[in-house]
Design a protein around this ligand. Structure first.
Ligand SMILES: NC(=O)c1ccc[n+]([C@@H]2O[C@H](COP(=O)([O-])OP(=O)(O)OC[C@H]3O[C@@H](n4cnc5c(N)ncnc54)[C@H](OP(=O)(O)O)[C@@H]3O)[C@@H](O)[C@H]2O)c1
Length: 276
């Protein structure tokens, strides 16, 4: 099974389909990530705030997979934003992961109320220069936050990781980012199970037509639009099914029918309002 590789604006490549570990119990993380690696995933998405970087690191170490075949992302938590606090935060994440570098480091939320994301981004540029992270990016950034980075710093983020699923398709933000060379990563690609996405006729109908599951249809909807995603599951069967998505293709009409589900339905926090 070949996962497409996407080239980032810094010349590095990322596997388009990975495995996310938000809400994966730290006590179960090593086992679950080991299963994902056995199934074939090579791109892992974690964050300091998930509390499970150690388990991700143990699974990587136990796998014996060469480091350069893996793509590991982690994220800087809000309370660590700042010129002085960012480098030790990455050092602590690397320590927990048991790695000497990550492939992608993200500012988890802009937290515009703190007004520290520009200086944090400058610290990210330095961390990349030191080789502690290969690529740097942001998460949950809106257009004005991205514009400030363009205006006040020297590096365009490689990715913007945003909430994105059929009922919250974020077309404008995606188009703005992509027009500046920023790749879009989807979080909550299955809507986090918070609305009946799989029961929608456009999704269920395509699943029946192709003999696949509704989740596989939604994953294809992302893949066929060039979106990078890493659905989470704690079930081995669903982890495997979510990776088994390269044997069928949605038609343009099926994609358009799923596109029509967009209704601005946010299931997570609003980056402008987030005060956590
Ligand atoms: N940057 C950010 O602010 C941010 C925020 C949230 C998430 N993320 C990242 O994005 C990743 C993915 O997002 P997410 O975990 O929030 O949500 P998600 O992947 O959209 O949904 C996960 C939910 O869907 C269920 N599920 C998974 N596969 C399924 C299948 N084949 N059939 C039916 N149900 C299925 C899972 O349940 P089971 O576990 O029971 O299968 C879980 O409840 C996260 O793990 C994390 O790495 C980033």
């Amino acid at each position: 099974m070949t996962v497409p590789q996407i080239t980032l604006n810094d010349g590095r490549t990322i596997q388009q389909l990975g495995f996310g570990v938000f809400k994966v119990d730290p006590a179960e993380t090593e086992r679950i990530v080991s299963e994902a690696l056995e199934i074939g995933y090579r791109h892992l998405d974690t964050a300091a705030v998930y509390g499970n970087e150690e388990g991700v690191g143990r699974a990587i170490a136990a796998s014996g997979i060469p480091r350069d075949e893996l793509f590991v992302t982690t994220k800087l938590w809000n309370t660590e934003q700042g010129a002085d606090t960012t480098p030790p935060a990455l050092a602590a994440s690397l320590d927990r992961l048991g790695l000497d570098h990550v492939d992608l480091y993200l500012i988890h939320w802009p937290r515009p109320d703190l007004d520290r994301y520009v200086q944090t981004w400058q610290a990210f540029e330095q961390l990349r220069a030191e080789g502690l992270t290969r690529s740097i990016g942001v998460s949950n950034f809106h257009r004005p936050h991205l514009q400030r980075l363009f205006d006040e710093t020297g590096t365009v983020p490689a990715v913007n990781q945003i909430e994105l699923h059929p009922a919250f398709a974020q077309r404008e933000l995606r188009a703005f980012g992509e027009s500046h060379g920023i790749r879009t990563e989807a979080w909550g690609p299955l809507g986090q199970g918070k609305y009946d996405l799989f029961g929608e006729a456009a999704v269920a109908g395509a699943a029946a037509a192709h003999g696949v599951t509704p989740a596989q249809v939604v994953i294809r909807w992302h893949l066929q639009q060039g979106i990078i995603l890493f659905p989470k599951s704690a079930s081995r069967e669903r982890i495997a099914a979510n990776f088994d998505v390269f044997g069928f293709e949605l038609s343009d009409a099926e994609i358009a029918a799923i596109d029509a589900l967009d209704r601005g339905l946010r299931v997570g926090a609003d980056p402008e309002a987030a005060v956590f």
